[in-house]
Write a protein that binds this ligand. Structure first.
Ligand code: FES
Ligand SMILES: [Fe+2]
Length: 380
């Protein structure tokens, strides 16, 4: 079928697993990282987006953060175009003013003998953790129950060295999940060799998690290999998990990362990575960098090693998005069984949000999927 001039199907129109995965949103009843804490200054307002929903995020004159539906109730201008006045948000056009609970509290022009209108905008719970601002876009009552993941290594007196990175990629969030936990793409990274000869040793779904392990040489590249202390860290294996809606990895309990995706729309995602380490050695020696120095080492390593590496992933997922939008009706072959489970979980959670019951994408409570050798086609 010629798909020229056609758009990929919506979730309800999707006819197979790939189309469903590539059109699914992310369940809003979770905390999502939306911006760095340092990027929103006092009395500044910025726009952030969660799955087509624009949110005005601002810091008031008391340093408190607030998140409000980004739409003036008068003529629908984005409130992020306005300004912060003490702890209120003032629309740029006629100056209608909203308090931090989203309530219209002031109109600075005549009311034409009408009473003050009652307008209430939606507000969102906000938190700051690990240098990131988190918003809960879904059912407010769930915001106390669902937690931001605990990254205990980044807390306490001796936190691990961590340098955050973020990217905005023109790609669907499910492509990013498929990318970060599927180690069949060593070819893409042949210059940096972050993992070599990966062999899948575990592929298991358990509730809203998909666990994956590989036997592989981690940090095998010429430069990255200099910093990895193979005496201290088991670099022959890595554990990863799609812990909905987040993703993490663990190498020998010494090198870890979390990936927090902010789904913006079907073809745009912002990705926050936190890589953290507690053992990096001084090149050509077996001496470990002191914990405090590691942060500086990472700051240097970041633009040389980590950012270029992840930019290759960005190149790949953006190209995949383009490929999908051109050929969404074509059948594809997917060999890694883990990718099937990632997509199944993404679909299941979106169906859960939409209230679709009895779907074939329901995951088992706990269970182990055998690692299959057969070629699996994405036709179901
Ligand atoms: S559009 Fe916002 S005050 Fe008129
Ligand atoms: Fe990669």
């Amino acid at each position: 079928m010629n798909t020229d001039n056609l758009s990929p199907p919506s979730f309800t129109e999707a006819r197979n697993r790939l189309q469903k995965a590539r059109s699914a949103g992310m369940h809003p009843d979770y905390w999502y990282a939306v911006e760095y804490d340092s990027k929103v200054r006092r009395e500044q307002v910025v726009e952030v987006k969660f799955w087509h929903n624009s949110i005005a995020l601002y810091r008031d004159n008391n340093e408190q953060l607030h998140a409000i539906e980004n739409r003036c109730a008068h003529r629908q201008l984005k409130l992020s175009l306005g300004k912060v006045d003490r702890d209120n948000l003032v629309c740029a056009y006629h100056g209608w003013t909203y308090d931090n609970q989203g309530k219209l509290v002031h109109i600075p022009h005549e009311l034409f003998d009408k009473p003050m209108p009652t307008c209430q905008l939606k507000t969102y719970p906000v938190q700051v953790r690990y240098g990131l601002i988190w918003i809960f876009p879904g059912d407010r009552s769930q915001s106390q129950i669902r937690k931001i993941p605990d990254l205990l290594e980044l807390e306490g007196e001796n936190p691990w060295a961590c340098v955050p990175l973020d990217f905005t990629w023109k790609a669907h969030h499910s492509m990013i999940i498929d990318n970060v936990s599927d180690f069949t793409h060593a070819h893409l990274h042949r210059k940096y060799r972050p993992f070599v000869d990966a062999k899948l040793t575990r592929c298991e779904e358990a509730g809203d998690r998909v666990f994956v392990s590989y036997e592989t040489l981690i940090g095998g590249g010429k430069i990255s290999g200099l910093f990895v202390d193979r005496q201290q860290v088991n670099t022959n294996a890595i554990d990863l998990c799609y812990e909905y809606p987040y993703q993490w990895s663990n190498t020998g309990d010494k090198i870890k990362h979390w990936c927090f995706i902010l789904p913006i729309d079907e073809r745009t995602s912002r990705v926050f990575f936190l890589f953290y380490f507690n053992a990096i050695k001084i090149p050509f020696t077996s001496i470990l960098f002191p914990q405090k120095l590691m942060t500086y080492v990472l700051k240097i390593a970041n633009p040389i090693l980590i950012k270029p590496l992840l930019s290759q992933d960005g190149f790949a997922v953006e190209a995949e998005q383009e490929g999908y939008e051109t050929h969404f009706n074509k059948q594809v072959v997917e060999l890694n069984p883990a990718v099937h489970l990632f997509q199944k979980l993404t679909i299941h959670k979106w169906e859960e949000h939409l209230g679709i019951k009895n779907s074939k994408y329901l995951l088992r409570k706990t269970g182990i999927s055998k690692i299959r050798n057969s070629h699996e086609k994405l036709s179901d």
